[in-house]
Write a protein that binds this ligand. Structure first.
Ligand code: F6P
Length: 540
């Protein structure tokens, strides 16, 4: 049974506003349908919404008890029900004088204690006091992690590259494919390389496999077990497993089970980012995150950026039929932002059951993809403009570039604004016909328009604005999950593949897996693989 607000939206969606019409009717629409917080300006006027649509969406938020859920998350309640945990990543960026309680305990002092030890370590490495086993300065840092223990810091190190002078070079290895680690280590000198083994659980196959091979690489060159203490540190909430791996307790930066992997950038998972930009800039990132947290907690829904984006996301997905969301940063430094957002959004919202475990009667998370502008324009925008399906878009842009070079920046931003304009208003067949006499091309050259987008605009990509952007999407994803009635903090859907891979790995090694029979396709593939494997590899 659908809720009343859901039904009302369904009826309303039978004739959604046409963008040409609503813009013609209200000259001030572009300025009115906008909101601003923590230095981020959101223009949502190019969404197919009217005031009535928005009011129905606010009814939906009320029906879903969104305000209460936001309060519960900030209060440290166990909003991650299936794992019986709080989701209190906002505590990671709370100022020292704040207090946030989990199970009767104020967690803020512990957060700041870990931050101080991270800062001391990063200063020592960056300043050259922390040296390798042979006394060499650390010039390369390799983060070994995957998913939330890789995508956030990797994206942020790339985004904040202009702030990384005086830092060792940062590298990220995530894939279990040996090509990833081998390709990264080629050219690095063991004596000046530091590994950050980053894994919340410290059981993740990819990360531990890479960490073991990295340790072997180091020891082969340095020949002394004692070297591990100067070249390996860990970020984890599982100290026992870190100890078992052989990393000294003194070299572990901890965090807590109430920090979800994909929500963990501000925890010790940000260690490699702090090594890259230094503790002070890291503090600015936290201020941006915190400013957006406070906005999310306090602003009325009509001006609340994460809430507005969540409501518009549901409108596009469930009522206008958008199956995908394209994230389109017009800033090369944010080239990894779409990949980061893929995990944040798709691992959070790709669910078919409610918080209570019942089948959901509506669609949930969209496919999230994207690429830095303008490269995407020459790859997949054709489908955005003229494809048969609907793809909602988020454009991201900045007024200042860190690389002012001739007219590059204004040409970049002209493209950003042009694309959302083209998507929204299209080009009618009569306009095409009036421009060119070639009747046979009119259909090919027409654009239906009415393709919805948000545009986020900020002054410059800085640690602060990146923090605000990350928190904006974290909270949008959470709010959207509440509207859909799902738990955005668990990820049971990754487990089955992991179990089967463990079983197959043992079979490929000649042992007996837990699932020795499999299906005929998997059996045939394994047999074919083993036969190919027994033959000589192709000559290079
Ligand atoms: O892909 C599943 C997952 O559990 C993610 O949620 C998580 O970010 C990633 O694996 C890595 O986990 P860990 O930090 O425990 O190694």
């Amino acid at each position: 049974m659908r809720s009343r607000a859901w039904q009302a939206l369904g009826q309303h969606a039978a004739s959604p506003p046409r963008l040409r019409e609503v813009f013609a009717q209200e000259p001030g629409r572009g300025a009115r349908l906008a909101a601003e917080a923590a230095g981020l300006y959101l223009d949502f006027s190019k969404q197919r919404v009217s005031d009535e649509t928005l009011s129905l969406l606010f009814d939906l938020a009320e029906e879903a008890e969104l305000a209460d859920q936001i309060r519960a998350m900030f209060a440290g309640e166990k909003v991650n029900r299936s794992e019986d945990r709080a989701a209190l990543h906002v505590a990671l960026r709370a100022p020292e004088e704040a207090s946030l309680i989990v199970e009767g305990e104020d967690v803020v002092p512990a957060v700041h204690e870990v931050r101080r030890s991270m800062a001391a370590f990063c200063e020592a490495v960056r300043g050259g006091e922390w040296r390798g086993h042979g006394g060499e300065r650390i010039r390369h840092v390799v983060n070994l992690g995957i998913g939330g223990s890789d995508l956030g810091p990797r994206m942020a190190v790339r985004a904040l590259q202009p702030y990384t002078s005086d830092a060792p070079a940062l590298h990220f290895v995530s894939n279990i494919d040996g090509a990833d680690l081998a390709g990264t280590l080629r050219g690095l000198r063991p004596g000046e390389t530091l590994f950050v083994v980053c894994s919340k659980s410290f059981t993740t196959l990819e990360t531990l496999t890479n960490a073991r091979s990295a340790r072997a690489w180091l020891l082969e060159a340095l020949g002394d077990e004692a070297a591990v203490a100067r070249h390996f540190v860990a970020v984890s909430s599982n100290r026992a497993a870190v100890r078992a791996f052989g990393i000294d307790d003194a070299n572990v930066f901890g965090f807590w089970d109430w920090v979800g992997g994909r929500y963990s950038l501000a925890s010790a998972v940000g260690l490699s980012l702090m090594l890259a930009i230094g503790p002070e800039r890291f503090g600015e990132l936290l201020s941006g995150l915190h400013a957006m947290d406070e906005h999310f907690r306090e602003a009325p829904f009509s001006h609340n950026l994460p809430v507005l984006m969540a409501l518009l996301g549901v409108w596009n997905r469930n009522f206008l039929g958008a199956e995908a969301l394209a994230v389109l940063p017009y800033d090369q430094s944010l080239e990894l932002f779409p990949s980061y957002l893929q995990q944040l959004d798709m691992e959070s919202s790709g669910k078919s059951v409610s918080r209570e475990g019942e089948a959901l009667p509506h669609a949930t998370g969209p496919i999230v993809f994207g690429r830095a502008g303008t490269d995407g324009q020459h790859a997949f925008y054709q489908l955005l403009h003229q494809g048969t399906g609907l793809v909602a878009c988020d454009f991201l842009g900045f007024a200042h570039s860190h690389h002012e070079l001739g007219r590059h920046h204004e040409l970049l931003m002209a493209n950003c604004f042009a694309q959302s304009e083209a998507l929204a208003f299209g080009k009618r067949p009569e306009e095409v016909a009036a421009e060119s006499g070639e009747a046979r091309l009119v259909a090919h050259r027409s654009f239906a328009g009415d393709r919805p987008s948000n545009t986020l605009l900020a002054k410059q990509l800085t640690p602060y604005s990146l923090g605000a952007l990350v928190a904006l999407y974290e909270h949008k994803v959470f709010a959207q999950g509440v509207l859909w009635g799902l738990n955005p903090f668990d990820q049971w859907g990754v487990e089955l593949g992991k179990e089967l891979a463990a079983s197959l790995a043992s079979e490929l090694a000649g042992g007996v897996g837990a699932e020795p029979f499999h299906d005929s396709s998997t059996r045939t593939l394994v047999a074919r693989y083993q036969a190919l494997r027994a033959s000589d590899p192709s000559p290079r």
